[in-house]
Design a binder for this molecule. Structure first.
Ligand code: HEC
Length: 276
């Protein structure tokens, strides 16, 4: 069984060579962050941006050209909007409800929340505050309001280092996420690690594999013709290996997201990132 799988993966991989030139990773100009935590299995932490070629990187860098900025602007508009039975906006309730300053939040989620008694993604924290502090209806995952609000809050932290806490009450979720990252799943019997730890820098079919970080989410993808959440990306990667997709916000995806965010601690927030 193992042999067959190795052959399948090997068959899909093209070693990064001449094809790869033009990415900062291959040209030796990538921004390399040393992991601050000795538990991090990555010897070098590198943003997905540095595995992309000029065209995509230029599009991300130019705020007028970056299509994700429209979503950020939409989010900025609803941030101050009063909604719900208490007549308050998210801007008014955020800090007290979440326990994190608005301009820091974009760098520290997923995060354990005492009131909820569990680790929350940014989406879940927004909905928690809407329900409890605003008396407002929850936003639907992957719809314009939620994508706008998450993009805006992440954007407020743009340029600051990701700093996700996985100790204390978050630790059980972290350990679950770690196990999921290495678990072989799907018809191709592969784990996230096969592609994003063992083979970053190599091509898989037409795609250059990165380390699978989430510092640029929500991310604008040319293929999606729009912006999408981390869980949308996880669902896509599950599809690629013919594994069962989980619903948005599933506790396994929350755990995986916490684990992956931590692997990228020290990278700067780059929302809204652009990918092909
Ligand atoms: C068969 C290989 C493969 C596997 C297995 C795989 N992915 Fe991916 N993943 C890709 C490819 C290809 C891309 C797009 C190029 C890139 O950034 O690596 C990608 C991109 C991503 C990204 C976006 C990175 C960025 O900077 O935009 C994340 C996050 C991600 N994957 C998470 C996961 C998770 C979580 C798992 C396990 C559930 C997983 N992937 C399993 C192939 C894979």
């Amino acid at each position: 069984m193992f042999k067959k799988v190795t052959l399948t993966l090997a068959g899909m991989l093209v070693a990064g060579s001449a094809l790869a030139a033009g990415t900062p990773y291959h040209d030796g100009t990538a921004t390399v962050v040393e992991p601050s935590d000795s538990r991090n299995p990555l010897g070098e932490v590198i943003s997905g941006l540095d595995f992309r070629k000029d065209m995509i990187r230029d599009m991300q860098a130019d705020e007028f050209e970056n299509p994700g900025m429209l979503t950020v602007e939409y989010g900025e508009g609803i941030w101050d909007q009063v909604d719900g039975s208490k007549g308050l906006s998210l801007a008014q309730v955020w800090e007290e409800c979440s326990g994190v300053a608005a301009d820091v939040a974009g760098a520290v989620y997923p995060r354990y929340h005492d009131g909820a008694g569990k680790v929350l993604t940014l989406e879940q924290q927004i909905n928690y505050c809407r329900e409890t502090a605003m008396g407002a209806k929850t936003y639907k995952w992957e719809k314009a309001d939620m994508l706008g609000m998450t993009a805006y809050i992440r954007y407020l932290a743009n340029g600051s280092p990701i700093n996700v806490d996985v100790d204390g009450p978050a630790n059980a979720t972290f350990q679950k996420g770690e196990a999921l990252f290495y678990e072989r799943v799907g018809q191709l019997d592969m784990s996230c690690a096969h592609c994003h730890e063992d083979n970053y820098g190599n091509y898989i079919r037409a795609d250059m594999l990165s380390q699978g970080h989430i510092n640029g989410f929500p991310t604008y993808r040319v293929k999606w013709n729009g912006i999408g959440s981390t869980h949308r990306r996880f669902r896509g990667c599950n599809d690629n290996i013919r594994a069962t997709k989980l619903p948005y916000g599933h506790e396994d995806y929350v755990a995986l997201e916490l684990y992956i965010a931590w692997r990228g601690n020290g990278l700067t927030v780059e929302t809204p990132a652009v990918r092909q």
